[in-house]
Design a protein around this ligand. Sequence first.
Ligand SMILES: [Zn+2]
Length: 216
Amino acid sequence: MKLNEFNNAFQTEQQCLAYIANLKENKCIRCFNFNLNTSDLKRMRCLKCNQTFSILTGTIFSRSQTSLTSCFYLIFRWINTKHGIPSTDIAKELGVTLKTAWRMTNKIRTRIAKQKPQFIVEGTVQIDEMYLSHMGFKKQGRSLVNKTLIVGIYQKTTNNLIVKVLKNAKSKNLLQFAKNHISSKCLVYTDYWKGYCDFKSVFTKHETVNHQDGYV
Ligand SMILES: [Zn+2]
């Protein structure tokens, strides 16, 4: 997704909420009934037991002080930047102070790290790492000095994205994360990083591509 496409798709809180609603299985948090009044996604009501709850309940955005548009923008930037984004850039782009930018990135990063596995993806997927820099430093390569490693699994047909913070990009960690979320029948695209070498042992349909050539 390009920046202008992102800006059109996620311009308002409502668009972000609708996107989340589309990804989640919407059922009552108390009685698991699927019959809901969803006219207000932040205050949905179960038509069986009258429980009210937000579409954000149980997501990394639950009880967040940051607007969804800003959270989505941060995540979009992480996905599209290979070598990390300094907080100074985020501050400038979102029109907030450096302190706020740092607090926002830190919170979202922590919430992503705590995210539990939710589902296994099927079909064609790509997996890749991104680096988020902390204190405005921008370092190249896979060194983790002042950076956090975020690994993402992207399924193009459904637009699903699963992200996780990993300690490092070693084969063992990448493979474990992939096994947790990707069906072994999937066609899996990665780049040529040696951490993906063992993928063939689990994913028989593993293909490698150059970043310059673009992904699927
Ligand atoms: Zn209910």
